[in-house]
Write a new protein. Structure first.
Length: 96
């Protein structure tokens, strides 16, 4: 069974607005599941949700800014993975 938490529970626990949660979902920053007219967020997406909430409420970053930051962080991770792959590839050349 997939562990998840309802949107209403997140709003209560994190003291955020439902509109903020919905805007994250609408922009594609969060992916929810619907069951019996209740929206759920998987636990695996909680770190991203917490990061977005912190940036928005603590640093006052608006939704377009959240999208840009998210995109840049994804790009950085892709570049790190590529760098590791290239490093591994170049090391295996020396082993020959």
């Amino acid at each position: 069974m997939v562990e998840r938490i309802s949107r209403e529970e997140l709003v209560r626990i994190y003291n955020i607005e439902i509109a903020f949660f919905d805007s994250l979902e609408e922009s594609g920053l969060l992916h929810t599941e619907n069951e019996n007219d209740i929206k759920y967020l998987r636990y695996e997406e909680l770190p991203a949700f917490e990061r977005f909430a912190n940036w928005h409420y603590d640093l006052e970053v608006n939704l377009p800014g959240l999208e840009v930051l998210h995109h840049l962080l994804e790009k950085m991770e892709e570049l790190r993975a590529e760098n590791r792959r290239l490093l591994h590839f170049s090391r295996s050349d020396f082993d020959r």
